[in-house]
Design a protein around this ligand. Structure first.
Ligand code: HEC
Length: 497
């Protein structure tokens, strides 16, 4: 008997596999039941802890195995294939008249929601206290048509997932935000304060009471369609991409010709996925025509020069302040780097980018530089290996944003400025880097730096077998654009003063 949660991403991802196993084993006199975690007969009987937990009962009804289906998927990682197949090993052993090799494991997934035996008394209610927090910090992603696995616009869904919500906000896994709040002031900061976490926790401990709908904050308004207004041009990737239901998907690199007759200044841009659920994030690079490649801002030795724009969960539009813009040269090509993720359902995607050209003269070109180290070498098995890279400004500048970038072995990232007067300043500290969220940290107020300021970035990597996202801990890893290689890029968006 395998449990499955209707709102849990890991449950959805395991669903096609369970359906396959169910067919396969029906021939061998095994009955595999997939049971929803809101079922009120089997849930109290077996008390699954997590939404992907499976139970194997023998022909006499004796419990012989409980736990994970296998080790292919977990919180924050997807493997190409499972390395351990706990569930089928257990069934096969019983069919052969033996005991399962492993009797119990911990299943990944979301908490199975249970009624509270004795709710703690509190005055905290959904509409009065919790809904304002969800509106501010969650619904950019958790609403219909966005990437979050369920909507937090309504009480019903919030209550149905309340215990998992408490778990993820207490761990600070949600909302995704990885910078140490002590450094920098960011426009897009979405981390919860300790007080907000305490409010959510006491609401859940009280049994998630709804309260009076008259206390609810006014509903948030969302713009339908393009957030940047009607774009002047839209470029769409030429062929639809088929995204499988399961497994891991290598980064897709897709080129689009712009056929622009003259150089343009871009004031706003927005990346729109065709199939929102499977497009985790998109980086767009601009490639100058062959005879002008020398004008590209160097980023990483030519692999991916010309970082142009990005779409990450919860943030699809980029609008530059008046008088600032990004240059798009005539006859350029745009290269889309798309990170697709499987969700348990096959999909077809055709992502596009919309651009609004500046209507007024642009005085300041927004330049993106990658502070990069192409010579990184991460030894096999190293659990905490550091690499660095530096860049020195040869002019005064205003920094607009920072975007740390590594692949799956990256575990921490830091930007430090060494000012010409000798002062040392930590600009951004990401103590628990997570490659899943390519967050761009956007300054509330641009940061002024003087000519001669050196920015040094520090990245730390976990190439050990304890990193579940690590595709191969036995290999020395070097720089490269494939997901099994690594990168060390500290992107900096700035304008010349
Ligand atoms: C930037 C987008 C974004 C924001 C903001 C966000 N989430 Fe999520 N959330 C996701 C995505 C995407 C997933 C799917 C799982 C994943 O990719 O890790 C998810 C998954 C979840 C899950 C499912 C459980 C799990 O373990 O994966 C819960 C519960 C959740 N979010 C709660 C919240 C709450 C509560 C907030 C606000 C306080 C919030 N999220 C804010 C994007 C977001």
């Amino acid at each position: 008997m395998a449990f499955s949660g209707p709102d849990c991403p890991l449950s959805k991802l395991y669903r096609p596999k369970l359906d396959r196993l169910s067919k396969e084993y029906s021939r061998k006199e095994v009955r595999l039941l997939v049971v929803s975690t809101d079922d009120d007969v089997f849930v109290p009987l077996l008390e699954p802890a997590r939404t992907t937990e499976a139970f194997v009962l023998d022909k006499d009804g004796v419990l012989r195995y409980r736990g994970a289906i296998d080790d292919q998927y977990g919180v924050g990682y997807h493997r190409d294939a499972a390395t351990r197949s706990y569930l089928t090993d257990a069934i096969d052993a019983l069919l052969a008249g033996k005991q399962p090799p492993v009797a119990a494991t911990e299943a990944p997934g979301c908490q199975v929601e249970r009624p509270h035996a004795s709710p703690a008394p509190t005055k905290v209610t959904f509409h009065k206290d919790v809904e304002p927090i969800f509106q501010k910090r969650c619904v950019d992603c958790h609403r219909p048509g966005e990437i979050g696995p369920f909507s937090l616009l309504t009480y019903a869904k919030a209550k149905a997932n309340s215990q998992q919500i408490k778990a993820v906000v207490s761990d600070r896994r949600m909302p995704p935000w990885h910078a140490d709040p002590k450094t920098g002031e960011w426009k897009n900061d979405r981390h919860l304060s300790d007080a907000e976490i305490a409010t959510i926790s006491s609401w859940v401990a009280a049994g998630a009471p709804e309260g009076d709908s008259r206390d609810a904050p006014p509903p948030r308004k969302f713009v339908e369609g393009w957030q940047i207004g009607t774009p002047d041009v839209v470029y769409k990737i030429p062929t639809p991409q088929e995204i499988p239901a399961e497994g891991t998907i290598p980064y897709a690199y897709i080129e689009v010709r712009t056929d622009l007759k003259e150089d343009k200044w871009v004031q706003a841009m927005e990346v729109r996925p065709g199939a929102r659920a499977v497009v985790h994030h998109v980086l767009v690079f601009v490639r100058y025509p062959a005879k002008r490649r020398g004008e590209e801002t160097p980023i990483d030795g030519g692999l991916l020069n010309g970082y142009f724009g990005i779409m990450v969960p919860g943030e699809s539009a980029m609008v530059f302040p008046e008088g600032m813009g990004k240059k798009l040269p005539a006859d350029a090509r745009l290269v889309f780097q798309i990170h697709y993720t499987a969700t348990g359902k096959a999909a077809e995607d055709q992502t596009s980018i919309g651009l609004v050209f500046a209507k007024k003269p642009v005085k300041h070109e927004v330049t993106t530089r990658g502070i990069v180290n192409l010579l990184i070498r991460i030894p096999p098995g190293a659990a905490d290996h550091e690499e660095t890279a530096s860049y020195t400004f040869d002019h005064d500048a205003k920094i607009l944003s920072l975007l740390p970038h590594t692949h799956v072995r990256g575990k921490a990232f830091k930007y430090v400025a060494f000012h010409p007067d000798g002062k040392e300043e930590v600009l951004l500290d990401v103590p628990e880097y997570d490659f899943n969220w390519q967050t761009c940290y956007r300054y509330k107020e641009p940061l002024s730096v003087k000519k001669g300021t050196r920015i040094k970035v520090f990245a730390r990597y976990d190439n050990s077998k304890n990193n579940p996202a690590n595709p191969d801990p036995t290999k020395e890893v070097r720089f490269g654009k494939q997901t099994w290689q690594e990168m060390l890029i500290g992107y900096v968006d700035f304008v010349r003063d």
